[in-house]
Design a protein around this ligand. Structure first.
Ligand code: GDP
Length: 459
């Protein structure tokens, strides 16, 4: 995942500090040197690295003695705060909606940055939060861009406004040569907004053309679209994988269209992540969203503080809880919590919970958001989703009575279950044993904290 090597390197830099009771100037400088190298290797722009490390050094040298934190922890805390600052001054900047709808959002960025994909995700996300968005296909440059937006819109269940005559034939072969403009994207954008106004769509998302490199024609076209529709947001989409070029590209778009916010895309890749750490600080523009995959839901609102703690492997429990809250059925969760504290939580309930959790996505990703897990990345990579399939298979081979009360499962029942689920008796035993332990723990925990995990609905 993005930042994984940066995370490893930074945690190594801190590891050397952990054993020290009191830090000397030399200790601090040694750590700063490692942090600097880690950042440069992650493709963070030199100018950003310089000011970042200078601030950390200054603060680390000047730290007061704290009772709560040892010196090493204090350095981590400083790095965390500075990283949060670099990622956007530590403030969350929500999307700027127009007072009088429609809100107009224009997407800009290089070709392949992920604009079209983002248009779908943004549309889906907006729709999900009660808006009525429409997508506008003003990328008439790239062959297939219009069709691609239509496909994305259909998947997201969001309407798409496209120029009357498509740029390409049905087969997807470009009628025009790639790079050649056949329609007027400014007119398309203007008409799209007009349509939205008439038909009461409240958010218009305009996909614009990108080139493989920054060029003046592209920039002028983007400017013309901007001036024609006067957007509330101009979102600059940048591929987190582009490394050191990120800064130049961001600066060019900043000067060219004066964007209002940034979207980082492809944060799921093995990006070294430097773009993310450079763009906000070089342009002074906030990062609003992150795109983390090709699916419609691989999309997050960006929070500088949470991203910083993810990078430092302090976990991102808040995002995890938010995702969970979206998926979990509150009533079900309350019932489960009550059963846990009563000690009547059976394997059938366990199966329901397991399925709820699986809806959140691959277990690997979820576990990755838990603090300290980066150290176990190897094991995470090897995490076997099939293990969960096996668990489900075993439970499915049980009768309802057995699921409700696993204590009745004796030797011959175990053999039957193993046979039915295509597993072995020892695998069945292992599951039952784990479940018994977990049930005990749940009972203890819920008695102690008065039930439930916050946000999951307790009794
Ligand atoms: P555009 O030219 O800026 O409109 O870029 P596209 O939206 O067409 O994206 C270019 C390619 O990147 C496509 O193959 C997308 O599927 C892929 N892509 C876009 N966003 C992401 C992302 O967040 N993660 C990954 N892994 N791929 C992405």
């Amino acid at each position: 995942a993005a930042f994984s090597s940066l995370t490893d390197r930074l945690s190594n830099a801190f590891k050397n500090l952990r054993s020290k009771g009191k830090l000397s100037e030399a200790d601090i400088d040694g750590t700063i040197r490692e942090i600097r190298r880690a950042l440069l290797d992650a493709d963070v722009a030199l100018e950003v690295v310089r000011s970042f490390t200078a601030r950390i050094r200054e603060r680390a040298l000047g730290t007061e003695v704290s009772e709560a934190l040892n010196p090493a922890q204090q350095v981590v805390k400083i790095v965390n705060e500075e990283l949060t600052d670099v990622l956007g001054r530590g403030v969350d900047r929500p999307l700027n909606f127009a007072k009088n709808p429609p809100t107009i959002i224009m997407l800009a960025g290089l070709q392949g940055a992920g604009k079209t994909t983002l248009a779908g995700k943004l549309g889906y996300w907006l729709k999900d939060s009660g808006h009525t968005p429409i997508l506008v296909a003003a990328d008439l440059q790239r062959p297939n861009a219009v069709t691609q937006l239509q496909v994305v819109g259909e998947r997201a269940g969001v309407p798409v406004y496209a120029p009357e005559k498509g740029v390409q034939s049905d087969g997807g072969d470009a009628v025009s040569a790639p790079g050649e403009t056949t329609g007027d994207p400014v007119k398309v954008a203007r008409d799209g907004v007009e349509l939205a106004r008439r038909k009461m769509y409240d958010v218009v998302i305009i996909d614009t053309a990108g080139r493989l490199g920054v060029d003046e024609v592209l920039m002028k076209q983007a400017r013309d679209i901007r001036d024609a529709v006067n957007p509330n947001e101009i979102l600059f989409v940048i591929d987190a994988m582009i490394g050191q070029d990120a800064v130049q590209t961001a600066k060019a778009f900043d000067e060219g269209v004066d964007f209002t916010g940034v979207v980082l895309s492809k944060l799921d890749g093995d990006a070294r992540g430097g773009a993310a750490l450079s763009v906000a600080s070089v342009t002074g523009k906030p990062i609003l969203f992150a795109s983390t995959g090709e699916g419609l839901k691989d999309f997050e609102v960006f929070h500088p503080d949470r991203m910083a703690s993810r990078i430092l492997d302090m976990g991102d429990i808040l995002t995890l809880i938010e995702q969970a809250q979206k998926q979990f059925d509150e009533e079900e969760a309350k019932k489960a919590a009550a059963k846990m504290s009563e000690g009547t939580f059976g394997l059938d309930d366990f199966m329901d919970q397991l399925q709820q959790v699986r809806k959140l996505g691959p277990m690997k990703n979820l576990l990755g958001m838990i603090p300290g897990m980066a150290a176990h990345r190897k094991e995470l990579e090897q995490f076997d989703e099939k293990e969960i399939d096996r668990t489900e298979a075993i439970i499915r081979s049980m009768t309802p009575a057995e699921r409700r009360d696993p204590k009745i499962i004796d030797g011959s029942r175990r053999a039957r279950i193993a046979y039915g689920s295509g597993t072995t008796v020892s695998q069945v035993n292992a599951l039952l044993q784990r479940f018994e332990q977990a049930a005990k723990m749940m009972k203890r925990m819920s008695n102690k904290v008065g039930g439930g995990i916050p946000g999951f609905g307790g009794p």
